[in-house]
Write a protein of this length. Structure first.
Length: 147
């Protein structure tokens, strides 16, 4: 088994977060947390994940302040997992991943779930990257600069 290396000291802001969310289970847990799941058993049922793997991923997300544990909302002895501000900051990333998946991983006639604006009941508008002056940016319009 290859040992994973940490990116915590990397200068790249794409690499650093991978310690917290760099595996598919973690992103799916965060996706489910946005969908309203809060309890260990709910995540396990949704993902079909072994308890030890789910426990390790939840622990890592809590350690990286993506999720926090709180007393159960029903007053029982259980704990629940809720998104922190840092975790809620992943929403645009998940929307971008969802839209990329819709574009490249489904046939045109194939059905799939869609993210919908709760207030209007309409599909969410496509994400766009824009310059400070409002211009639509493509990859070739940008470069990485050391700060």
């Amino acid at each position: 088994m290859v040992k994973r290396i940490s990116h915590r000291d990397a200068l790249c802001p794409v690499a650093r977060p991978l310690d917290a969310i760099g595996d598919w289970w973690s992103l799916l847990i965060v996706r489910d947390a946005f969908g309203g799941l809060r309890r260990f058993g709910e995540f396990q049922k949704s993902l079909g994940l072994a308890k030890n793997i789910l426990s390790a991923r939840l622990k890592n997300l809590v350690e990286h302040d993506v999720l926090e544990t709180v007393p159960a909302s029903d007053g029982s002895a259980y704990q629940e997992y809720v998104l922190t501000e840092k975790g809620r900051g992943l929403f645009p990333l998940l929307v971008a991943l969802r839209q990329w998946g819709e574009d490249y991983f489904f046939r045109p006639s194939e059905g799939h779930v869609t993210l919908v604006d709760r207030k209007r009941g309409k599909p969410v508008r496509r994400l766009e990257l824009r310059a400070q002056d409002g211009r639509l940016l493509e990859p070739e319009d940008t470069y990485v600069k050391a700060c």
